[in-house]
Design a protein around this ligand. Structure first.
Ligand SMILES: Nc1ncnc2c1ncn2[C@@H]1O[C@H](COP(=O)(O)OP(=O)(O)O)[C@@H](O)[C@H]1O
Ligand SMILES: [Mg+2]
Length: 439
């Protein structure tokens, strides 16, 4: 992509309305613009990040055996009357009337819709288990939308719903999602720690929030240091095999948000040097809730012995749009964003330090075409601007690599390669650049 043809409205100054660093940087780096309170438009650069995150989530859901479908954003109130939640949900639900005065709503979540679909399509235990997910916009009329996309009213969520014949099956579905979550966040360059969460009236131990540590997080968290040092991506995981050892490793150390924190247990179980008291951002939440929806809505199957069985269900959410902000909270410096490679909008920023100089222009064109041909996403800054402003802009948008191409280097047949995360620079022969990125 050529910057001269792109839409990248960078802001030099910190916008006054933004209180936390990710919100500031998302506005300054031209990722989003606010359309209404808590409602954002995703500009081209921001959308690329959103799509990358979405794709990682999708791949890991698929790997764990979940099936993607797509449910609508608008739902009939009727379905919510069947589950008994229409009145209970309260003011966070945006209620709408269509031209025939039918009551509709903008979905804050999808348990009712998916339960109705499964009720109408799955009749026998032989068609179980199933886990169905979609990645779709939600609307929750939050009283206090804040921190940009972190707590929006309109936000993108991956929500999966599992359907099983019995509790043992539901537990297994839960375990698969637990591990899929560990992998998803790790692939995004995040340390997301599972913490036991409230299970409500159902009880048990089957609800976890996945929390990343960040100063601006909404909840206080208390964690054993060992947990932070675990690495899930170095393990080979067989989703059809026994996942318990992985889960035990990730739940075997103290980790709690303020809601569930037990100071006495923390002190007793965690040696002083291993105690981490920090703040955290919830990026995912998984939940087993049994027959809470299947019973009232009549989602039943015929069991092996011919009896009628209400489906055991769980739901599993990931805040896809929140993750864009959360990743920035976890990965930035004074100059701007530092995208982890896996979610970066482009891998390389190619900086022409002297547009109009024919040797430099030619070298850049050749690199640009070569990188594109090699399948490497490159943003080419071909604009007529001061070098200083270009460097600052590249640092702000945080692409993992920068290639600086100027007249002195080109005369010697070299360019400068900079790694955004470390600031390390190396000189690279022009004809080595493509090979360097392929490696
Ligand atoms: N207002 C919001 N803005 C952005 N992301 C949100 C918002 N509410 C929830 N999410 C994301 O969706 C995930 C699943 O939502 P859920 O657990 O149902 O929400 P909550 O924790 O607010 O009850 C959360 O872990 C979070 O990452
Ligand atoms: Mg939650």
């Amino acid at each position: 992509m050529r910057l001269s043809r792109y839409l990248l409205p960078l802001l030099r100054e910190n916008p006054a309305e933004a209180q936390i660093v990710s919100h500031r940087l998302m506005l300054r780096a031209g990722l989003v613009r606010q359309t209404a309170a808590g409602i954002y438009s995703w500009l081209p650069l921001g959308l690329r990040v959103l799509r990358r995150i979405e794709q990682i989530v999708r791949e890991e859901q698929d790997r764990a055996g979940a099936l993607e479908l797509l449910m609508p954003t608008i739902q009939p109130a009727d379905l919510w009357r069947q589950s008994g939640r229409y009145e209970a949900y309260g003011k966070e639900m945006l209620r709408i009337q269509d031209r025939h005065d039918r009551e509709m709503l903008y979905g804050p979540t999808n348990e009712e819709v998916i339960t109705a679909i499964v009720r109408d399509t799955i009749k026998s235990y032989r068609d179980l288990p199933r886990n169905l997910y979609h990645i779709q916009w939600k609307f929750r009329d939050e009283v206090r939308p804040r921190f940009g996309v972190m707590r929006g009213r309109d936000f993108l969520m991956k929500d999966a719903y599992s359907f099983d014949l019995d509790k043992a099956g539901a537990r297994r579905a839960y375990e698969k999602m637990f591990v899929a979550y560990l992998r998803s966040f790790a692939r995004m360059g995040l340390k997301a720690l599972p913490m036991a969460a409230d299970t409500g009236p159902i009880g048990g131990d089957l609800s976890h929030e996945f929390i990343i540590l960040a100063e601006t997080g909404e909840s206080a968290v208390f964690v054993h240091r060992d947990l932070v040092e675990l690495d899930v991506l170095s393990e080979s995981i067989d989703f059809e095999g026994d996942l318990k050892p992985v889960i035990e490793r990730w739940t075997g150390r103290y980790a709690a948000t303020d809601e569930k924190h037990d100071a006495a247990r923390f002190a007793a179980e965690v040696p002083p040097e291993a105690r981490i008291e920090a703040r955290g951002i919830e990026v995912g939440h998984i939940f087993y809730f049994g027959t809470k929806y299947s019973e009232p809505m009549g989602a039943v199957v015929t069991g092996p012995d011919g009896s009628t069985v209400a489906l055991e269900m769980g739901s599993y959410g990931i805040g896809v749009s929140r993750l864009v902000g959360a990743i920035i909270e976890a990965s930035h410096d004074d100059n701007g964003i530092i995208w982890p490679d896996a979610v970066a909008p482009f891998q390389v920023g190619l900086v022409n330090l002297k547009p109009g100089d024919s040797a430099v222009d030619q070298a850049c064109e050749k690199l640009y075409a070569g990188l594109e041909a090699a399948g490497i996403d490159v943003l080419y800054d071909d604009q007529d601007e001061r070098a200083g402003a270009k460097f600052a802009g590249m640092d702000l948008i945080g692409l993992p690599w920068q290639l600086h191409v100027g007249p002195r280097g080109v005369a010697k047949g070299v360019v400068e390669l900079k790694r955004r995360a470390t600031g390390l620079r190396e000189e690279l022969a022009l004809d080595q650049v493509i090979a360097r990125f392929r490696a």
